[in-house]
Each structure stands twice: as C-alpha cells, then as structure tokens.
Ligand binder design. Sequence first.
Ligand code: PFF
Length: 453
Amino acid sequence: MASNNGSREQWSGKFGFILASIGSAVGLGSIWRFPYVTGENGGGAFVMIYVICVLLLGLPVLLSEIVLGRSTQRNPVGALRKQAPNTPWFMGGFIGIIASIIILSFYSTVGGWTLYYTWEAIANGFHQLSINGIEAKFGSFISNPATTVIWQALFMLLTMGVCIFGLQNGIERTNKFLMPLLGLMLIILVIRAVTLPGSGEGIRFILYPDWSSVSITTIFEALGMAFFSLSVGAGTMITYGSFLSKKESVPSAIGNIVLFSTLVSLAAGLAIFPAVFSLGYEPNAGPALVFITLPSVFAQMPIGSLSAVLFFFLLSMAALTSSISLLEVPLRYLEDEHQLNRKTGTILTGGLIFLLGIPSTLSFNILSDTKGLFGLTIFDSLDFLASNVLLPLGGLIVILFAGWKWGMNQVLREARGEDGKGLPAQPFWVFIVRWVTPLLILTVFAFQILSSL
Ligand code: PFF
C-alpha cells in the first residue's frame, strides 16, 4: 500500500482513482436499477430528464465532493469539520454516512441475487428454459428466505474481504480488469438485443420521449437516479477523493466518471428494453426486470451459456466495486474520527449492515406484506428514503457548502492538479454550483412534498 510519507494511504495514480470511482459509480444502479426505474416511469422522457439531472445536478455535486475530500484528506464528517470548524455543516457528512449504510443494506440483497445468478449460469444455464420457465425460476429463488439471505451474506462477506485488504491491494486491483470487460460484454448484449425480431418498439420506448407520462414524481425519481448512479450524496466521492494525490487534476477525472456511468446506464437500457418488447415482458416489472429479461436473451444467443456466466459474473463484480465504496464511507469515518482499526471496523460495520439488510431481502418473501413508507415494501421504502431523499439532501448540503461557505474560488483552486489544468468554462460552473444546482434540488423537493400532501 502506498502511503503519503507515512500519512494517508493513496491511489497508485490518477488511473487508479478514476477506475475506482468509475467502479463505484457503475454498478447495480446502472444495470439493474436504471432499467427498471425507467420502465416504471414511462421510458424516453425519464431518460432525458435523467441525463439533464446528471449534468446539472450530479456533476457539480461530484466536483464539490471530490475536491472537498482531496483538500482535507478526510472522511465526509471530518472534511466538513475541518473546513468549517464549530459549525453544524458536519451534519451533512452524517447524512452521507447514514445514506451509504442504508443503500448498502438493500444493495447487498440484489448483490446476493447476482451471485446466485452467476452460480446458476455456471451450474444449470438458462438455455433450456422457456420464457415462462425463466420467470418461474426467478420467482422460486426469490421466495426462499433462507437461500436469499445466504447469498446476501456471501455478498457482504466478499465486500468486507476486499475492504480489509485496503485501497490498492483490494479496491484498485478488483477494478482494473473487470470494468473494461463489463463494458465489452454490454456492447455484445446491446447488439444481440437490438437485432431481435420486434426490437424496434423497445428502442423507441427508451429513446423517444413521451412527455405525457411525465409528472413531478418522474423528475424526483430521475434526480434520485442521477445521484445514485454517480455515487454522489453519500460521501463516497469525498472519501475516494481523500485518497487522491494533490498532483492530479480533478476535472478530467470527473468527465470520465460521468461519461462512463451514463453510457453504461444507457447501454443497459438498450440491452434490456428491445428484449422486453420482443419477448413480451412488461417494462414495469420492477426489481426483477434484469433477472428475467437478460437470461431470455442469453437463451437465444449463440454461446449464450458462456455469455450468461460472464455477464452475471461481471455484474456481481460491478456490484462489488460499488458496495466496497459504500462500506468505505462509515469505515473511514470510524478510522479517522475514532481511531478504530480497519479489521475491527470492517467486521463491526459490515456485520451491522448485513443485519440491517435482512428485512429487505425478506421483503420479497415472508415479509412481503409488511409495509413501510407510503405503503411500499421494506426494500422499496429503504430505497426511496436513501436514493430519493438522503442522497439529494446530502448533495444539497455539499453543494451549498462549496458554493456559499467554502467559496467557489477555493473549489476551483483545489480542483487544479500539478499541471495547473482547471475546470473549463469556469464562470458557467460557478453559476451552476451557486444557483442552478441548489435551486433545482430545492424546487424538486418542494414540489414532491406538496404533491404528496
Ligand atoms: N453508483 C452505484 C451504482 O450505480 O450501483 C451505487 C452507489 C454507490 C450509490 C455508492 C451511492 C454510493 F454512494
């Protein structure tokens, strides 16, 4: 592990940081959550609003988080405390920590599903199953409480294992090989999906905006999705930024993170919706969507069995590179602020998050009738609370801090690397960070609250 003159551990270089950040951003959010939320929100119009939210809301928060982390070399709470001592700003860091804990709790449910599907693809394959058979397979897996909790436990153990190995050995190595492979696999899947008979309707569904389906809830969902898919608002990027050497310039790293995470989401949509329409599934099938649609595509592909193994393996790894970034947030807080050692911290936090995640897993079987917020299941309630409320709230606090308390001059200066390369079009970004992003987040919040009264 490289250390900075014996002080804070660092990424091996900019490439390591970019890959780890892309690894955090690209995960179940892009490949599993984005398609089903798009399906539930009417398709193309949602996709367009999502892209606007990524650029106008997600990107400025991403910039502020990375710069804040890099300049303070601290966890989210410590970073805000260092820059604004004796003020309540640090509470924003706690919102991030709570968000990351809640997200990881239900993320591990689906992480477990991806591991099980990898195993199924290896052991039995999907090729001999009919479309109904594939749906039934998902149904029978998901309705078994013991099996689903065991796979969830395995996913959490893997996450904790990588975190114990630390930054370069664990997180960097895992990312370097797997991300490019996942990209390649997705391209192959898109090609297969768009050449299925009758795929045109699916392509139209995701690319053609039908504005009549847009409501304030659509915008609210798109905002949450943008934050979720970029990993912002939970302090992850403050934490990852804190390991970035001051030599590197931040803007180019940000461009890469935004570009890849958005492209992967769009590619996942293009791989899934043509298949949904071609094979006669419902686009609003919810969290099951990827797990029933893609196995059917594999069943119709040459070397489909091998592709299914590869895809679900890579999907589990993409989930893992995101879950380690989520676990890293509370871990670094405990290490920095309470001097807890990494191993104890990982076991304590990981164990606790696993326990917290069990009700989410069980909400697909024995707890399916237990309702939480707004009559949603436990899983959906936690997802709603974390993705649609805590992430935008955490992001709002960081962006207000960057634009108004810390100051844009400082942010822009800190964003530069040794080569002096700063952000292009600075006056534009200053305006966006100070006015556009906070006001848009506040407006969406206000309308959502008013509409649910
Ligand atoms: N961005 C990850 C994904 O799309 O799967 C999920 C995530 C990671 C959300 C880290 C938030 C976060 F802080």
